[in-house]
Design a protein around this ligand. Structure first.
Ligand SMILES: Nc1ncnc2c1ncn2[C@@H]1O[C@H](COP(=O)(O)OP(=O)(O)OP(=O)(O)O)[C@@H](O)[C@H]1O
Length: 241
């Protein structure tokens, strides 16, 4: 992260964020009082056991879910208490999502899959620029079925970043990929974070990935257990697992 990013004011600020699914005896407390500030341009890795609340936190940051209590602010937008229409606009203008499964449209080429989202973006980059950033210029006219899992995930990343989102939220982006392919995908996410200054929050089950983060947030039972800052960030090629 650059010096300016370190000094910038938080892009996300969460206070006492809680999320309860259901009610009464069957209530599940997915988040219990999370306080968190994320700086612009930061690379955050979220670690924690299954069920610790990682996806819930990421989905709330991305405006896909709403907290039961507490407050959440993104830059000048108050997300807690926002209407469904406001959250839709927030997601559209500011957030790129990458999930474990790529959700590409099989009948469209790489270029067409990425171009789809540019219609609703206010200032998208050129489709071929996004495809170039993820290293797939030579595959732009191919269909998803002609690509490896890692290449399909890179298309999904191109689709997420073509609209120039402020934040890139990734839920287990390498979960379905082998070691080498996973590293390539992580390299692309690190590149987007560094070259475009996109704030990145990445959920993983793989503790080794923590080495490439500015900060690692450990969730346990819906609460932040600890936060570690990496004095020296590793590149994905230096990670070993
Ligand atoms: N829509 C929902 N309805 C009811 N309970 C839910 C819902 N979504 C999540 N939960 C529960 O909230 C808790 C936190 O789930 P969450 O998916 O955030 O955990 P996670 O850390 O991302 O887990 P994993 O690593 O397995 O994906 C879990 O107990 C889960 O069962």
């Amino acid at each position: 992260m650059s010096e300016t990013a370190t000094q910038a004011s938080p892009v996300f600020e969460a206070r006492a964020l809680s999320k309860t699914y259901g009610e009464g005896e069957t209530a599940v407390h997915a988040l219990r009082g999370v306080d968190l500030a994320v700086r612009r341009g930061e690379f955050i890795v979220l670690l924690g056991a299954s069920g610790s609340g990682k996806s819930t936190l990421l989905n709330i940051l991305g405006g896909l879910d709403i907290p039961s209590s507490g407050t959440l602010r993104f830059a000048e937008h108050q997300l807690s208490g926002a209407s469904e229409a406001e959250l839709t606009r927030y997601r559209r203008e500011h957030v790129g999502f990458v999930f474990q499964f790529y959700n590409l449209i099989p009948s469209l080429t790489v270029r067409e899959n990425v171009a789809l989202v540019t219609d609703i973006a206010s200032a998208p980059m050129a489709v071929d620029e996004a495809i170039g950033l993820v290293g797939l210029a030579a595959r732009a006219d191919h269909f998803p079925a002609q690509l490896s899992g890692g290449e399909q995930q890179r298309v999904a990343i191109a689709r997420a970043i073509v609209k120039r989102p402020d934040v890139l939220l990734c839920d287990e982006p390498t979960g379905a990929l082998d070691y080498q392919t996973g590293k390539l995908v992580l390299e692309v996410i690190a590149r987007i974070n560094q070259e475009l200054g996109t704030t990145a929050v990445v959920i993983t089950h793989n503790a080794a990935i923590a080495g490439m983060a500015d900060r690692v947030i450990y969730l346990s039972d819906g609460a932040i257990q600890r936060i570690e800052t990496n004095a020296h960030k590793l590149t994905p090629s230096e990670l070993q697992w």
